[in-house]
Design a protein around this ligand. Structure first.
Ligand SMILES: NC(=O)c1ccc[n+]([C@@H]2O[C@H](COP(=O)([O-])OP(=O)(O)OC[C@H]3O[C@@H](n4cnc5c(N)ncnc54)[C@H](OP(=O)(O)O)[C@@H]3O)[C@@H](O)[C@H]2O)c1
Length: 244
């Protein structure tokens, strides 16, 4: 049976990209619902979409799916998670910018349902996170560490969720606490550039990732939907889905 996928925020930039891929992967998954904020909004740019599956009723949409995929805003993600718990549904969370309290709510929710949460779903970034962990554990304590990122001017959160994930991977692999500096640019139409730079006395090591197209996040999201569809309750990451 194909996996029934529900996309709240289907009118958003990521919602549209994910819907296109779900519709292309029809042997594996089916788009059971796309949720919009109000009926006045039309969902454009998604070829072959059946307008009957577009709804404003979040709870109804989630009750009919197998996996819900959330790329929206933190406050709406909280509503989506509540509905996934009430309907016992799995969820992939790509939304970024959560507060500590909201992260705690997600952690607690994973005791009841299956959740895969990743602030960056791209395969390349998840490989970079692994490399950064290794470098941090060998020279992190004796180097200066800078995280440099460049995003389009409409991106709301700063530092990006990906930069915070890099910081987390570094901190977990240091023996003592140190000041990791963030440098954030919000200009133009840049999809997402990240660099982690380890500087020693006379040399530096730079782990660099550049996203050319937000399709990479949608591809990762579809991989995550497939992966979580048969998993028990718990909190998972893209490292789990990619077996890194
Ligand atoms: N994990 C990753 O790999 C990754 C990659 C890219 C982006 N992201 C994150 O994903 C999120 C979405 O990014 P985006 O670029 O797609 O943003 P976007 O274009 O602004 O889309 C957001 C969508 O969420 C909907 N929404 C937001 N608040 C809502 C509410 N209170 N009630 C109902 N609908 C609501 C919006 O509806 P309206 O159109 O009605 O406002 C829109 O459809 C951001 O947090 C971004 O940082 C993550």
């Amino acid at each position: 049976m194909p996996i029934k996928v529900c996309i709240p925020g289907i009118s958003g930039k990521m919602g549209i990209e994910i819907a296109k891929l779900v519709l292309l992967d029809e042997s594996n998954m089916t788009l059971s619902a796309g949720v919009i904020r109000d009926q006045a909004k039309t969902v454009q740019c998604i070829p072959n979409i059946d307008s009957k599956i577009i709804t404003t009723d979040l709870d109804q949409a989630i009750s009919n799916c197998d996996v819900c995929i959330d790329f929206t805003r933190p406050e709406y993600s909280m509503e989506i998670i509540d509905s996934c718990i009430a309907n016992n549904k799995k969820i992939v969370i790509g939304t970024t910018g959560f507060s500590d309290d909201q992260i705690k709510i997600i952690d607690d929710a994973s005791e009841k349902i299956s959740i895969l949460k990743a602030s960056n779903m791209s395969i390349g970034i998840n490989l970079c996170l692994k490399l950064v962990e290794q470098i941090s554990s060998s020279i992190g304590d004796i180097s200066d560490i800078d995280i440099i990122e460049h995003h389009h001017k409409h991106k709301v959160d700063m530092p990006s969720g990906t930069s915070l994930a890099f910081e987390d991977s570094i901190e977990k692999n240091l023996k003592s606490k140190k000041n990791i500096k963030h440098h954030c640019l919000r200009v133009g139409n840049v999809v997402g550039d990240h660099m982690v730079k380890f500087t020693l006395g006379n040399e530096s090591i730079e782990i660099n990732h550049r996203s050319f197209d937000r399709k990479i996040f949608a591809e990762g999201a579809v991989l995550a939907i497939n992966w979580i569809s048969d998993k028990d309750k718990g909190l998972y990451t893209m490292s789990d889905a990619l077996s890194l």
